[in-house]
Design a protein around this ligand. Structure first.
Ligand SMILES: Cc1cc2nc3c(=O)[nH]c(=O)nc-3n(C[C@H](O)[C@H](O)[C@H](O)COP(=O)(O)OP(=O)(O)OC[C@H]3O[C@@H](n4cnc5c(N)ncnc54)[C@H](O)[C@@H]3O)c2cc1C
Length: 388
């Protein structure tokens, strides 16, 4: 772990990875007058998401997430549809409508298109003079730099389809272990396009079966209609490290394992950790101290939330959905669930142990297997060698 020191930035700061974490770091450094070079393996931003829809959660801070981003000097010049209402179904297909006066999350698009979050961050970085090298995989980092290369293991996977549709805009989810073991299935539709996924925390080897069941359930429950559907899937890495350094280089976003362990809302943690790593380089502060103060309490709580959720089973999910659908202040209620509290602090060691011991999917024998965990869950292939 590096000592605190004042950095001079005579040479450009290198950043590996042009995801939200890397670009947020680049923008913060460029705002402070640093020269920054970002290396991105792919020919475009957001390649692994291919115009997926994702939710930018709006419950971990009292202030609206878009004002938070603006206050941090980050662009909000991307398409963001505020979502207040949605429908959840339980394992017997019972409908639970949730309604919130305030925005629960903003539906945003990921990938290289013009209205996406990734493209907006890229435009802002480039307008501040950040040099972004595409088709450029960084294999070694020797000077000052930040590693922002995305997930290194699959603790959860989300698998399904992107498609075009005549369905009205909306979001729907199903909590049923027969469709998405220990997770949830979701359907998001915006302006004639949609994404449907089974987000599972176990059972990866049977991903095809769960996706098929998810499609059938949404067809039956809400009349899912898909045109020009394309398969899409990805993994999420959930881990709270002791130190988020590789040599002297800060690890940010999912490369560090920073994620919302309960549901996989990782974009805000990626952006926040990228900014904290940049500040650590600018101010000579220890990055571990910064993220442990700003992000760890919320991540610790989400590990407890996940441990409790994974114990519930289908009847427990039904009970939760019933109680969520009766809430008048749903955003406030979610905010409280993500805040540290004495009971959650007491449960934290048990939850951490439970989470760590389940990081390998026990339902997979890993032999001659091409499930997402086995394809992407085993290695640090992305990570450039760090020379301190
Ligand atoms: C299917 C799916 C749905 C999701 N839904 C949501 C959601 O609704 N809400 C939410 O908040 N989060 C969601 N997430 C999680 C969210 O996408 C991630 O947490 C977030 O993108 C992490 O950002 P990052 O910058 O750390 O990594 P990434 O976005 O993965 O970016 C890493 C970048 O590094 C590049 N790279 C890799 N290796 C190298 C190298 N050696 N040199 C140079 N470049 C390299 C990659 O090509 C990539 O562009 C979802 C994830 C998946 C898979």
């Amino acid at each position: 772990m590096p000592d605190e020191k004042n950095n001079t930035h005579d040479t450009p700061v290198e950043i590996a990875g042009a995801g939200p974490a890397g670009l947020a770091a680049a923008i913060t450094l460029a705002h402070a007058g640093c020269q920054v070079i970002v290396y991105e393996t792919h020919k475009e931003v957001g390649h692994r998401f291919g115009n997926d829809f994702q939710g930018l959660e709006n419950w971990t801070t009292k202030e609206d997430v878009l004002s938070v981003l603006e206050g941090q000097g980050l662009t909000t010049d991307f398409d963001a549809v505020p979502c207040h209402n949605g429908v959840f179904f339980d394992f017997i297909g019972k409908r639970h409508e949730i309604k919130s006066d305030e925005t629960l999350f903003y539906l945003v698009e990921r990938g290289p298109g013009s209205g996406t979050l990734d493209s907006a961050l890229l435009r802002q970085a480039q307008s501040l003079g950040v040099d972004v090298h595409f088709n450029s995989r960084l294999s070694q980092m020797s000077g000052e730099g930040i590693l922002a290369v995305g997930p290194r293991a699959a603790d959860a996977i989300a698998v399904g389809y992107h498609f075009e549709t005549d369905m009205a805009d909306g979001f729907w989810a199903i909590c049923d272990n027969e469709l998405a073991p220990k997770g949830y299935a979701y359907l998001l539709v915006m302006k004639g396009r949609g994404t449907v996924k089974s987000c599972m925390f176990s059972g990866f080897k049977q991903e095809k079966l769960y996706v098929q069941r998810t499609l059938e359930a949404f067809q039956r429950l809400v009349g899912l209609e898909m045109k020009n559907s394309k398969p899409h899937g990805g993994s999420g890495n959930f881990h709270i490290p002791h130190s988020a350094y590789s040599g002297s280089h800060p690890l940010v976003g999912e490369q560090a394992g920073f994620q919302d362990t309960l549901w996989g809302f990782g974009m805000r943690l990626a952006i926040s950790s990228g900014m904290l790593a940049a500040q650590s380089l600018l101010n000579g502060k220890n990055y571990d101290t910064l993220w442990q103060q700003a992000l760890k309490p919320q991540m610790d709580t989400s590990v407890v939330n996940r441990a409790l959720y994974s114990l519930m089973g289908n009847r427990g999910y039904s009970w939760c959905l019933r109680s969520l659908s009766n809430k008048t202040d749903l955003r406030g209620s979610l905010q409280r669930q993500y805040q540290p509290s004495l009971p959650k602090r007491l449960l934290a060691p048990w939850a951490r142990h439970r989470h760590e011991s389940q990081r390998k999917d026990v339902s997979c024998d890993h032999i001659d297997c091409h499930c997402i965990w086995c394809r992407g869950g085993c290695c640090d292939d992305n990570l450039p060698e760090s020379k301190s």
